[in-house]
Design a protein around this ligand. Sequence first.
Ligand SMILES: Cc1ncc(COP(=O)(O)O)c(C=O)c1O
Length: 454
Amino acid sequence: MMAPPAFVAASAFTPAASRVGRPTTALPTTARPAVTTPRTLRMVTGVSRNANLAKLQAGYLFPEIGRRRAAYLAAHPDASIISLGVGDTTQPIPPHITKGLTEGASKLGTPEGYSGYGAEQGTPALREKIASVLYGGSIAAEEVFVSDGAKCDISRLQAVFGPTASVAVQDPSYPVYVDTSVMLGQTGEIDAARSQFNGIEYMPCNADNGFFPDLSKVARTDIIFFCSPNNPTGAAATREQLTELVAFAKKNGSIIVFDAAYAPFIRSAAVPKSIFDIPGARECAIEVNSMSKYAGFTGVRLGWVVVPNELAFADGTPVRNDFNRVMSTCFNGASNIAQAGGLACLDPEGQAEIGSLIDYYLGNAAILRDTMTGLGFDVYGGVDAPYIYVKTGGSSWETFSAILEAAQVVTIPGAGFGPGGEGYLRLSAFAPREAVQEAAARLTKMYAAKAVEA
Ligand SMILES: Cc1ncc(COP(=O)(O)O)c(C=O)c1O
C-alpha cells in the first residue's frame, strides 16, 4: 500500500478523503474568535495533537497579561499605562559590561577573532569564572553548563527527567515549572475545582507559613522545584529553611532544582545565595541561574546550570552525564557575544556595576513596599527580591483589572502563579524610578478615593 502523502496541497484537496487533509468545519460566525479562525474550510494534517499540550490551561501567563493590557489600550488609546507587571529589566546595561558585549561582537569581524560554533557547555573561560567569582571556587568549572537562560534550562532539565518523573512546586510559583511538567506528560489533567494538575505536588507558600512550605505535609516526589528569592512572593529562604529542604530531599532521595535567578538581590547576611551553601546539597541539588536579572541580560540571553559531579540517578548514572547529553543534542552553545558579555559581568568593574543596578531596583522595591504598607496592606518581599507581594484579598484577577482601570498600572494577579496566589498581587520593581513614583502616586490616589467611597 502506498503511504499517504505527508501533506496534501490545497489543489489536491478532496473533502471525502482520508484523515490526511480532512477539512475542518467552519465555525458559525458568532463563535469565531477575531483573528485565528479562517473564513473558509482549511486543511488539517493527519497528525494528532500532543495530548499533553491540550492539557495546558489558557495561554502562558505573561502573554495573557500583555493581551489584557493591549485590550485596555485599544479601548482607552490615550491611557498612559505604567507596567509593574512582567519582570523584565528596564535599565540599560552598564558601560563595562556593554564594552564586553561590543568587543565580543567586534572580534567576530576579524580573521583572528572569528569563532563559529563553540562548546555546547560554554567557553572554558566563562565556566571557570562563574565557578570562581560566583561560587568562590566551591564548585568546579566542569560542573557549570553555560546556556541561553534559565527558562530554557528548566525545559532541558525536564527532558532529562522525562515523563515519569514526579514533581513538587511551591504554590504560587514561576509558571514554567508546572507548564513544562504538563508538556512532558508528568501530570494528569487539571482538576478544575482545585485549579491544580493531578500528579503535581503543590506546596502552599503563604503569609501563614512564612512563604516556606510545611514539609511534614509534602509527599515525596522525584523532583522539587524551589525558587529563592521567590517569584512571585519575594520570599528569600533562610539558611535554616534551606537546610531543612536539603534534609527533606536527601531523606526522600529527591532532586531539588534550585532556581537562583534572583540571587543578586539578596542583601541579608542570613540568606544564602546558592543552594550549594548548604552542606549536603551537592548530593541532591541542581542550581539554575541567569544573567537576565543580574545585568539586564533578559534580551541578551545568558544563563547557567550547576550540576554537581556527585549527583546521581537511582541506577548510579551521574545526572551530569545525562544533562550533558541533552545539552549537546538540544542546544548549540550560548552566543559567543553573550558569553563575552558574561565574562565582563564577572570582572570587578562588572560586579560593581551589577551592584549599582540592583541597588536601583531595590530602591524601587522600597518605594512600592512603603506605598502599599502605607495604604494598609500586608506587604511581603521586596527586601532581598525585586518583587513585592501584597495581600489584597478577593479575586486577584479582579484586583488586577480594578487597578488597571482606575490607575492604569499593570500588576500581576497572584492566581496567575497558581491557586495559592489567590488574594495576592505581585508588583515588580523592574521599572524606571519615575514610573515607580508615578505608579505609587496613582495607587495612593486610587485607594484614597476608594476609602472615601466606602
Ligand atoms: C524564577 C525565574 N526563573 C527563571 C526565569 C527566566 O530567566 P531567563 O531570562 O534566564 O530565561 C525567570 C524570569 O522571569 C524567573 O522569574
